[in-house]
Structure formats: structure tokens, C-alpha cells
Design a protein around this ligand. Sequence first.
Ligand code: HEM
Length: 559
Amino acid sequence: MDVIPVTSSYFSFMISSLLVVFATALIAAYYYIETSRAVRLIKKLPSPPHVPILGHSLITLKASPEDIIEKGLEYYEKYGTVIGVYLGTKAVVFLIDPQDIEIILSSSVHIDKSQDYQFFKPWLGDGLLITTGDKWRRHRKVIAPTFHMNILKTFVPLFYENSIDLVQRLRDQIGKEFDCHDYLSAVTVDILTETAMGVRKGGKKKTGFDYAMAVMKMSDILHRRHYDVSLRADILFRFSKFAKLQEKLLSIIHSLTNSVIKEKARDVEEKHAKNQQQKEPQNDKLMESSVMTKNTESAKNNTANYKLHYVRDDLDDIDENDIGDKKRLAFLEMMLELKKVGQMTDEEIWEEVNTIMFEGHDTTAAGSSFALCALGSHPDIQARVHEELDTIFGDSDRQCTFQDTLEMKYLERVILETLRLFPPVPLIARQLNEDVKIVTNNYVLPKSTTVLVVQFLTHRIDKYYPNATVFNPDNFLPEKMQQRHYYAYIPFSAGPRSCVGRKYAMLKLKVLLSTILRNYRITSNKSIDDFQLRGDIILKRHDGFKIKIEPRKSGLINQ
Ligand code: HEM
């Protein structure tokens, strides 16, 4: 066979051709990106330094969750409440001012979640947190009423029973420094399983801890994919060490949720069989009203405290426009009833159970852990909480009731203040469906931009919270709240896509924290300024939620 002589001039021809192709591609990319309408509009906003074509991608390259909070604070100081960046053709805008945030969150047009939520799909499917359009509207209409006050009130004994269980388990930690988040994660999973899911564990082994730990590691992986460009594309992620770990964690997570669905489905079947025997008429208009009719006391009178000071949302409408006496069904039972009448599929139920289990536990675990740490760092504020609880319960070791929670005014302010300084969901991401003009300088945010509403920073604006970094529950005195812009306090988001579990969360936090605090005094040797915050999907302490406890009275409450 003849060998074709390869000369040095052939090589140099090849190399120069490749260079020309590469340079042409670069110039084309430069013009395509830098002159695109989105990037031109983004460049009008305050913005950190960037490089051509890659834009601000390099900023996130070496970022870690521990740096993100620091970086956010630094940029807010430097650039203000609107910050624009671009990553190639992707435009991202950070919004911090309540007036600008209101435009996005109150709109029924900008309800689509950003692309970043897609990483949740193998875990949550297309559940309420992620889905959009007609499916979101249909599911929201069904799910929101399952968190109606009439149902939440029936959960109080279960909140209390699990809280007392925790108080007993904490006995082993008296006098030692320990991480309270591990305990609170486990108990919040158990509470959710027994309330919204309606599956009683009773004497059986509670499975919350394994599930909660798997969720924590799973959130780590998802968050890493948000900021580490090398893990964003599925094709690259699949070959990383995280893909195998994700598979293992999802099998732990889904084995709990699958068994919860199976158990409750069996329950509902048994109930139907019993009803059939008693020939009770079935209600076939479930979807229309999402209620079952029976006599119960109206929610109106007793729920004043839970309307509170947030922006009004569909949860308030459901509670207030409660005409007649209704008995509503809790979340999973309602889903399964809807399946019986062909209005919910097995897959949809699976997606929503996984969504509620995640959203419902990790957020309240973080919120309650931050509350205990903050109280440990503020003995004076804790003493006021103890005083309030002593006024309500005296020396009695009786159970906590719904009525008691309405009297926990100071504890409520402590919880609200905790969620201000340490919002468990530190930011919300939306995708713009059309151009939006915001209040700040009339800037125009282009269609398709990812808007990041950074409530962590909104909650620290001095204009709305004088001495914003000081833990001061009196920020939530009624007169203070009335003077403040509604969107200056959005731990549960606001508008049509606000948190459906907001009232559930507040009620559960009150029962859980009051039960712990009736029994223990908390101490911590760290001031809240020294908490090392970790900007994960759910805000955490990188240095651990370390506290010490000591019994308040000679004996703990025994139930
Ligand atoms: C302190 C506790 C909680 C906080 C701070 C919190 C916060 C939030 C926030 C900020 C959102 C909006 C997220 C976004 O748009 O990306 C949200 C949505 C949601 N939350 Fe919560 N949440 C809490 C507790 C709960 C609980 C207990 C449940 C259920 C039992 C729950 C269920 C949901 C669901 C299903 C959504 C999606 C709503 C929709 O898109 O229509 N959350 N939550």
C-alpha cells in the first residue's frame, strides 16, 4: 500500500484552517450572545464584572453553598436590589426590593418555575412545586383545601403526641451539646406521615430519620447541580459519582412514600367496603367542591390568628368563604378518593405525595432548628416565651390544644422573626413569560429571564427592619406589620403560587416548639451573627444546629 507523504506544510494548513474555523465560531458566538436582545437588556442593570460570551458563568464555577450567602450579601451591598447576570444566552436577574418582587409574585402570568427545578423531576415527578399550566391549577385547587383550618385543628393532638415523643427522646442529650436538626427532621417526617398522609405509625418503628437523612443528601446533590456547570447536563451528570448516590437515596425516599401510599390506599378501601355495607351514599362531586359534607364547627371564628399578616392568598379565601358546615378530607385521603372517581391517576398521587413529604418536612425542620438555636442565643427572649407558656399552661402537664396555640402570641412572633432572618427557602426562581417592567428605575426584564427572588436579602433591608440583623420578635407587633410593605416578608412566598402548607407549618411549629420549651431551657454559646449559613435549597447551618438543653422542671411531661 502506498504511504501518502505528510509534509509540514500540510500540517500548518490544517492548523491554520482549524484556527480560522475556531475564530469564526467565536466571533459568531460573540455576536449571537452579546447582541441578543436579552443580554443587551441585562447589561443595562447593575451587574458584577463579566467576560465576553461566558458572561458571569465564571463567578459560579468555584462557588460552594457556604460562599453563596456571603457573595449574595456582598453583591447586595455593592450593586443594590436589582442585579443582572448572564450565563451564555441565559439571562438571570436577582430581585430584592419588595416593590419589584410584588410585580412578579402577585402575577398570574409569571407562575412558571425556572428550568433549575427540572433537577427535582426524578424525585418529585411533575408535582405541585414544579408543574405549571392547567395541571398546576387543577392540583392546587384540590390540594389547597386539604390544608383547611378545620382539618389542621384535628392534627393538633398528633402534633402534640409526636412532640412529647421527641421530648422523651431528647432526655439522652440533657447537658450535652448536640445537633437538634437531626431530631427535628425525624419528628417532622413522622408528623407529616401521620397527619397529611393519615398513616398512623403508633407503636411501630418510626421511619422518619432514614428518610430525612436521605432527603438532606439528595438536596445537596440537586443544589450542587444548580451551581456546578460540570453537573448541569444530564449526560455529564450520569457519569459522575453523584448519579449512583442519587439512585441509592431515591430508593430510600421512594420506599417510604410508596409504602405510605400503599398503606393509606388499603385504609381507604376498607373504609369504602364498610360504607358499602352500611349503604352510605357516596359523594361523586368531589372535584367540584373538594369537600365532604358533615357537621363540624366553622373555621371562621377560631382562625383569626392564622390569617395573619401575610399577603392574602387562596388559603385565606378557602377558610373565609366556608359556607355551611363541611368536613374536609386530609391530603392523601382526598387524593385517593379522587382516584376512585377517575380524577387523579396513580402517577399524579405519587408525585404529590413526594412533593408534600419533601416540602412539608425539610422546611419546618430547618425553621424549628433555627428557632431553638436563636432562643439559645437570646436567654431574655426565651424567658419571655417561657413566661407566656407558663401563663397558658400553669403547672399543668396537660396536652396542648388548638385554643392554646391562639394564645401563643409571643411564640408566634419568635417564629415569624426566625423565618425572617433564616427563611428556610432562601430564594424562589421563576421564568418570565413576557417582558416585565419593574419599579426600580423602570428597568425592563426580558421574556425568558430567570428571576431569582432573594427573600433572604429582602428580609434584611434596613428600611423595613431597622437593625435588620438583630433578632427582634417585636418586628412582628401588629402595628409594625401594618406599616410594612406586604412583600417585605415572604418566607412562604406570596401570590397565586405561595406555600399551600403555610398554616399547617405555623400550627405545627407552635405545638412542637411550645412542647419542647415547656420542658427544656435551651442554651447556645454562639451568637446568631456567628451562625455559618449554608445556602442550600433549604437554608441550613454549615456549623450544625448545636444547642444544649436542661430540664425546666423537676420532671418532664409524661404522656
Ligand atoms: C416553615 C415552613 C415552610 C416554608 C418556609 C415554606 C416555604 C415555601 C415557599 C417559599 C414556597 C414557594 C417555593 C417556590 O415558589 O419555589 C413554597 C411552596 C410550597 N410549599 Fe411550602 N413552606 C413551608 C412548609 C410547607 C409545608 C408544611 C407544606 C405541606 C405540608 C408545604 C408545601 C408546599 C407546596 C406543595 C408548595 C408548592 C405550591 C405551589 O407551587 O403551588 N410547605 N413553600
